[in-house]
Design a binder for this molecule. Structure first.
Ligand SMILES: [Zn+2]
Length: 222
């Protein structure tokens, strides 16, 4: 067994660096005492490769946009590289979430959808697509996410899905109601989203009543 001179702990196996302080260990290692994780190594190589590509794209984009002043036809003032940087960083965040242990599929799906909705709204604002986005894209995507979370909540045995289902239900119900009271009418897509939310909320109460009640108790201390 070798000893880290800084931490004064014995370290078995063939590690090159001290796992505590990361300084190089003196002497030669023994036989490895941990199994090799080939799959993880491979995954991490792919991860690094795509990260390098993303960084390359970010830098090339910024260079073309700010130095060469290459612009999208019809949008002379738009710094498109900032928009694409936002999408690439969101994409990276999504990949990081996929590897994070402890989040179920509902958590991954919901986070990804919400981030994408926000990024799409920012993009739509700059391209003048806000009306169709808020009136059609957002409610349709929300309704689809609610349906997916409902299905996941039905087959979920650990009770980790209910919080995402309820969050999405609120997001499907509250904007439609605000919209109704502010403008006295509701776009068709939001009306459908509202109906889907109410139906699936009733379904959640019927099929998973205990889990719904538990979730409310846990979040709001009822
Ligand atoms: Zn050390």
């Amino acid at each position: 067994m070798r000893r880290c001179p800084y931490c004064n702990v014995g370290i078995e196996g063939d590690l090159v660096k001290c796992p505590l302080c990361q300084s190089k260990l003196p002497g030669t290692g023994e036989e490895s005492c941990y199994p090799k994780f080939e799959a993880q190594k491979k995954q991490s190589l792919y991860y690094k490769m795509q990260l390098a590509i993303v960084w390359g794209l970010l830098i090339v984009g910024a260079g073309l946009d700010f130095l060469v002043r290459l612009r999208i036809p019809g949008f002379p003032d738009l710094h498109w590289s900032l928009l694409s940087a936002m999408w690439l960083i969101g994409f990276e965040f999504g990949i990081m979430r996929q590897f994070k242990p402890g989040t179920g599929s509902a958590g991954k799906v919901t986070m990804m959808v919400l981030i994408t909705i926000v990024m799409w709204c920012v993009t739509a604002y700059f391209f003048g697509l806000m009306k169709i986005t808020l009136g059609l894209v957002v409610p349709v995507v929300l309704a689809a996410t609610i349906t997916a979370n409902f299905v996941l909540a039905l087959i979920d045995k650990n009770g980790n899905t209910m919080v995402y289902l309820i969050t999405c239900l609120f997001m499907g119900i509250i904007p439609s109601i605000i919209c109704y009271f502010v403008s006295d009418k509701m776009p068709l897509a939001w009306a459908i989203c509202l109906m889907v939310s109410v139906i699936l909320f009733a379904g959640a109460v019927i099929f998973k009543g205990r889990a719904v009640a538990d979730e409310f108790q846990r979040r709001f201390h009822l």
